[in-house]
Design a protein around this ligand. Sequence first.
Ligand SMILES: C[S@@+](CC[C@H](N)C(=O)[O-])C[C@H]1O[C@@H](n2cnc3c(N)ncnc32)[C@H](O)[C@@H]1O
Length: 233
Amino acid sequence: MSEVNWTGRTGPFTFRVNPGVFAPTHTSKTIAEALEVGPGDTVIDVGCGSGVLSFVAARLGADRVVGCDISEEAVEMARLNARALGLEERCEFRVGSLLDPVRDLRADVLIGDVSGIPDEIAQVAGWFPDGRAGGPTGAELPSAMLESIGETLKRGGHLYLPTGTIQDERTILAKARELFGERMQAVIERDFPLPDVVGKSLAAARMMKDGLLNLHKRGSRFLWRLRVWRCER
Ligand SMILES: C[S@@+](CC[C@H](N)C(=O)[O-])C[C@H]1O[C@@H](n2cnc3c(N)ncnc32)[C@H](O)[C@@H]1O
């Protein structure tokens, strides 16, 4: 088990992750920056991992936050972290796939940060310790998450959706447009260097050739672009 010192939005605070649970990254920090959460809001955090974005939402003033994840280990860790941070009254965590565990809720804010890295890339990078990544192109799981929203997001509520050029972003955005039409806006865009082990991998080269990944180069390094979308229901 290791301690994470969160210096992102609403930090600093510390929480714990263990080797089987996704450790927060630049993407987590960027989503945290994008969030608009108000007092009285109900927030769902799907793909909550250790719970970090749930804690940010609670510290921004949300009335009630429910995080869910398919990993039992992640949910257990998130519950322990909530207790240690004194947030267990407002942060609840449930196990299950996508939005199935929260069908009883109607959220003002939905954080949709499920794994979206192509399986082969995730394997090379070692980003998902339990081996659960986003599917062959990285679009499969985020698209399934979008399809599973149903009635869990209130009319007028907002989904925060990260997409990146390190996955088949076009397919995810096409699915999001089916649901949200023009009511979606990229509120943050940021470039991050791709680890060399990924940039030099055969899998990345093949997916770039197939037009699935859209990386750009600075000097000898590949960069990928992250966008966080605010989508209004
Ligand atoms: C990119 S991590 C994000 C974790 C957390 N939001 C953070 O910033 O640290 C994605 C999470 O999605 C979870 N996940 C993968 N498949 C899922 C599914 N079918 N339903 C719900 N969560 C899933 C993983 O277990 C992982 O914790």
